[in-house]
Design a protein around this ligand. Structure first.
Ligand code: FES
Length: 587
């Protein structure tokens, strides 16, 4: 190694460690011929890759996933950055997960995509990886897989769309789709107006531009230190998104030389910073399951209690839909996530020394961040919304926990006792929601079963059940809703989610009947079913598990191995990491 002139020997890192890719391209034998020869079929001269860090650009581009439809351009900018820094880029595809188009739900396939990513990294001659992530589940899937493989890794999010605009009004992904579909059902807008709004909603490349799951997870990438500063909010079509991709390409080559593997970034302090950030941005409830799963891939026992403990007393400083008025484009112009992280740091709510991929502690990246619009990013002492951290509920209805997002809920429903109106599954909900004979009023609590990890299967985003038509027509816009499902990060309402254990696994949710009384008390973190133990035992004895629609293939494996929401909905045999040892020779 030539440390004196700071130039590594070919095939070695600055730290004097052989590059992992040398086990393929550095061989002077039959297999070395194969490995090099097949690269040369693209016209690549040997000096372009020989002895250089090989960087995988893990791309989730797909025409079936329009949120990631611009990723070929982003990959090209990463590629240029890698070349500029003396690395050799190789782009490779992995499963893409389009939130809107995949059925029954993209979440069913998050773990499958994570396996694809992990094994794709391990099997190939890679020294470092750049992850291109955008639509909701692509971010946790890539982080989970990469965490288990544990190479130097940097995350690049695709960026949010520009603001939606319809008839001069700003409209936000998901949030206004939900409100407009309810307006349509209530007869307040026409079908023509509904159609016209569709093109105005998605008018540029990028992922959903509310603080939904995609934007929340892009913020988590930045808060965890896995992405460069600015990752969360730069719009997809802003030239600075491409510049950031190029800088990421340059930086990953240096990370290989520094042996800065992902597990050195994903430390407990990073997760605690992410959880506090989640509260400060009023982020999606989906981040709870994803952060739990990612942490467990690197051996960190994050729990629901961590979310409650770190989120208590946290205030939301970002006035973004679905809770507020603005969109991600506005957030970026106001200064973006670095401003939020600076505010947390000034309040003593940030682990300032947590490492980040640019080699600096997080505080060094954000301490000088300026806010350019205090309406969009409010001061912490004068927050947009108080008490915005996730609240974790427990009680005889959710012994292993349930999640509610107080900042999206109605204050008057945060402590409420009501009569249960039960839907045994999603089909029953759809069949009855517009039925005028449904025995329900605004004080009731809607309960939906069998939509959890095993039951749906895939834990669909159906927890924010539509308000029954007859109540909508009376002007009711929110009610307490309880389920083992998730909800879209763009949704809102007094919605209790992720009830664990789920109904299909025999959790107490399976035992609720029409007419039972339930008390939700968010301040007391309690969810209680007013049915005595003897009656519950009798119902349990009579309970028949629902048939699970999974007799073969991946879905069968998923149902057999998926863990409950409080453990992140990962497959039990995927928890943990085994790194990226070079696989056995194939000759
Ligand atoms: Fe892809 Fe919302 S549908 S991010």
């Amino acid at each position: 190694m030539s440390e004196n002139n700071n130039k590594p020997q070919p095939g070695m890192t600055h730290a004097g460690k052989p590059l992992r890719s040398q086990a393929w391209f550095g061989r002077q034998d039959k297999m070395g011929f194969y490995y090099r020869s097949f690269l040369k079929n693209s016209g690549t001269p040997q000096d372009q890759f020989e002895g250089k860090p090989v960087i995988g650009i893990c791309n989730t581009w797909s025409e079936l996933n329009p949120c990631n439809g611009h990723f070929r351009t982003i990959a090209e900018h990463v590629r240029r950055g890698v070349l500029e820094a003396g690395g050799f880029p190789l782009e490779f595809p992995v499963s893409s997960l389009g939130e809107v188009t995949m059925r029954p739900t993209a979440m069913l396939y998050r773990n499958l995509a994570a396996m694809d990513v992990e094994e794709g990294i391990r099997a190939h001659p890679l020294d470092g990886v750049v992850l291109l992530m955008g639509c909701d589940k692509t971010t946790p899937a890539l982080l989970m897989g990469a965490a288990s493989a544990d190479l130097p890794t940097i995350g690049v999010s695709g960026g949010p769309q520009l603001r939606g605009v319809y008839r001069g009004q700003i409209i936000g992904s998901g949030t206004n789709i939900i409100s407009m579909s309810e307006q349509l059902r209530a007869g307040e807008i026409t079908l023509e107006e509904f159609h016209e709004a569709e093109a105005g909603m998605n008018r540029s490349s990028g992922h959903c531009m509310t603080m939904g799951t995609a934007s929340t997870m892009a913020s988590m990438v930045e808060a965890l230190g896995v992405g460069l500063p600015g990752n969360a909010a730069i719009p997809a079509v802003d030239a600075r998104r491409n510049e950031m991709a190029r800088l990421a390409g340059r930086r990953i080559v240096a990370m290989v030389h520094e042996d800065l593997v992902l597990s050195k970034i994903l430390v407990r302090e990073a997760f605690e910073n992410a959880i506090r950030t989640l509260g400060a941005i009023g982020g999606s409830t989906n981040a709870v399951v994803h952060l739990l799963a990612i942490a467990r891939r690197v051996g960190i026992e994050l729990t629901l209690e961590d979310f409650d403990r770190l989120g208590r007393g946290l205030h939301c400083v970002v006035d973004l839909m679905p809770s507020g008025r603005f969109l991600m484009e506005d957030f970026y112009y106001a200064g973006g996530l670095p401003v939020v992280l600076r505010q947390l740091g000034e309040a003593g709510l940030l682990h300032k020394d947590a490492p980040t991929v640019n080699g600096k502690p997080v505080w060094e990246n954000v301490r000088d961040a300026e806010c350019f619009n205090p309406e969009v990013i409010t001061p912490l002492e004068k927050p947009f919304k108080e008490e915005s951290g996730m609240a974790i509920l427990r009680g005889n209805l959710a012994p292993d926990g349930a999640v509610i997002k107080p900042s999206a809920a109605s204050p008057e429903l945060m402590k409420h006792t009501g009569r249960a109106v039960v839907f045994e599954n999603i089909e029953e909900l759809h069949a009855l929601k517009d039925d005028d004979s449904l025995d329900i009023d605004a004080s009731c609590i809607m309960v939906l079963k069998n939509c959890g990890p095993k039951g749906y299967p895939g834990m669909a985003e159906v927890g924010n059940m539509p308000i029954p038509k007859k109540l909508l027509q009376q002007g009711v816009r929110d009610m307490i809703r309880i389920s083992d499902a998730r909800m879209s990060g763009t949704a809102y309402g007094t919605v209790v989610l992720h009830v664990a254990p789920e109904a299909a696994a025999g959790g107490p949710l399976a035992l609720v009947r029409n007419g039972d009384m339930i008390t939700l008390d968010v301040a007391a973190r309690s969810l209680h079913l007013h049915v005595d133990e003897a009656e519950l035992a009798a119902r349990r004895a009579a309970w028949v598990p629902p048939p699970l629609a999974a007799d073969r293939g991946y879905v069968r494996m998923y149902v057999d191995h998926v863990q409950q929401a409080n453990h992140g909905v990962d497959l039990d045999f995927l928890v943990g990491r085994s790194g990226s040892p070079v696989p056995r020779d194939n000759h």
